[in-house]
Design a protein around this ligand. Structure first.
Ligand SMILES: [Zn+2]
Length: 190
């Protein structure tokens, strides 16, 4: 049962009925509106409201907008650990989480000191170098023997991750292009 269209339809019907009632009873409704918004009988019973509290309604809207903005900012920048109110500007899991130093798994509950920063930076560089080295290796393999991967089924097994990783590694390369789609197709055939 889909409730959303039913509710939307009901609201639309109610709106139409309201407009129809307003049109049929144009005079009393119009008069009621005029009195309650203070457009006739200006010093009437609603004068005090519209010159006092009622004149601040727009300011409440502004305050509400600001409050919503602040709430969104807090939601964006606070630590994603449940119930934590610190500012979380340390990325974890490749940017999925913004965590404070206390909840980031790399820092183990302590503020990162110089030694930890050095170590993490070094590890990051080593990881990057390893990834690039691997990609280069795959690229070289694809460039030198694209035909060998087609002919033999046995070497295709170690070449499988190479074939799947190849498009990102050699996307701009016209020569590696034909070699990359061939790898998975032979893989699937065997
Ligand atoms: Zn936290």
């Amino acid at each position: 049962m889909k409730w959303r269209p039913i509710i939307a339809g009901g609201l639309a019907c109610a709106a139409v009925a309201g407009v129809a009632l307003w049109v049929v009873h144009a005079n009393p409704v119009g008069h009621w509106l005029e009195v309650h918004t203070g457009t006739v009988n200006e010093p009437g019973p609603y004068y005090g409201f519209w010159s006092g509290f009622g004149s601040d309604l727009t300011e409440f809207a502004v305050i509400g907008t600001i409050a919503t903005g602040v709430y969104q900012l807090v939601k964006k920048y606070n630590c994603h650990y449940p119930g934590c109110w610190r500012v979380g500007n340390h990325q974890a899991a490749g940017g999925q989480f913004s965590l404070c130093y206390r909840h980031h798994p790399d820092y183990q509950g302590k503020k990162p000191n110089a030694e930890l920063i050095q170590r993490l930076h070094r590890e990051h560089l080593e990881r990057q170098a390893a990834i690039h080295g691997k990609l280069n290796e795959i690229h070289q393999r694809l460039m030198t023997k694209p035909a060998a991967a087609d002919r033999a089924a046995a070497p295709a097994a170690p070449a499988a991750p190479a074939a799947s990783a190849a498009p990102s590694a050699s996307s701009g390369n016209a020569q590696a292009g034909p070699g990359a789609p061939d790898g998975p197709s032979t893989q699937r055939g065997t």
